[in-house]
Design a protein around this ligand. Sequence first.
Ligand code: NAP
Ligand code: GDD
Length: 323
Amino acid sequence: MAKRALITGITGQDGSYLAEFLLNRGYEVFGMTRRSSTNSFDRISHIIDRITLLSGDLLDEHSLATAIRESQPDEIYNLAAQSFVPTSWAQPVLTAEFTAVGVSRLLEAMRAVKPDARFYQASSSEMFGKVQETPQTERTPFYPRSPYGVSKVFGHWITVNYRESYGLFACSGILFNHESERRGLEFVSRKVTDGAARIKLGRATRLALGNLDAQRDWGYAPDYVRAMWLMLQHETPDDYVVATGVTRTVRELVAVAFEHVGLNWEKYVDVDPKLIRPAEVDVLVGDASKARRVLGWQPTVSFEAMIGKMVEADLARYTRNGP
Ligand code: NAP
Ligand code: GDD
């Protein structure tokens, strides 16, 4: 019989790639979505006929229990969250409700309805924040620097706690930044590839950015959803860092994207102080040797190739849509 998976956050970047990945492995895929007056199915429209959508919200435990009861999943992937760091200063309580307490609600629902399911929690390198050692591993102490990071620390520890308290098969994947052609336009990688494409096509003349000195360990999202699945296939539940091991500045990211369209970024980019964060995560770089050793995971797409794909996709989108 086909395995069944329930994905929260299926309309997001990672949810859409994970759904595709699981369908290709013969899974029956269920996705939890929240009601909206406009639909947010752009990333899953090509697979919508092959998946089952169930309505639910991380704020509403009853709806989570119902989604689990109706899907009877072997695996639950909790990818839903308020995931944009700047919004977490503007809406700190809502971020905590979604990104922190939402994990408790889902774990409680799973414990009540399907305690033998395997559970994946989307934890984040933002938990390392003001880093206490470099590179960061599963044992590096957390020092989050935003309400989002603080909420993710709660989500991580409640996952570990339910594993230890109740013997649930619950894993926390500590994923470093990962991007793609489906990345939200507000995140820096996509903002830059979209900006370079628009400037190249004469649709914009300037691009405003914040801190160009911040450093991130950027990987490709389809590689990272494979790591999520591998964690739930292992014989024992555990926590893993998923990263490339290479860090770059935002400035380097901008240079690579603009070079791809044959432009000198320095002529087009402005630094807008309003985009500087109240507290910054200056530099992240992960050590994924545990995931490599135990899960046999490794990234397959280089930073340059990823940025190239993203710029090409943005150029194609604007060209397709006409002037
Ligand atoms: P994303 O594109 O922002 O997607 C977030 C998803 O969560 C969307 O499907 C959204 O639904 C859903 N959602 C938000 N609030 C919800 C609520 N109250 N109830 C139900 N669903 C809700 O994020 P992503 O980049 O795919 O990331 C997936 C997960 O990994 C997130 O938890 C993120 O924090 C974490 N993470 C991401 C990265 C990264 O670099 N991408 C790294 C580490 C960890 P709508 O479409 O309705 O808004
Ligand atoms: N978004 C954005 N917009 N970021 C900018 C800009 C800008 O105009 N200019 C500079 N940056 C810098 C930010 O200050 C930050 O240091 C870096 O670019 C990356 O920002 P984001 O792409 O917004 O990602 P993030 O690192 O804050 O968070 C992402 O990665 C986390 C994993 O470490 C999100 O996907 C989180 O959900 C995820 O957990």
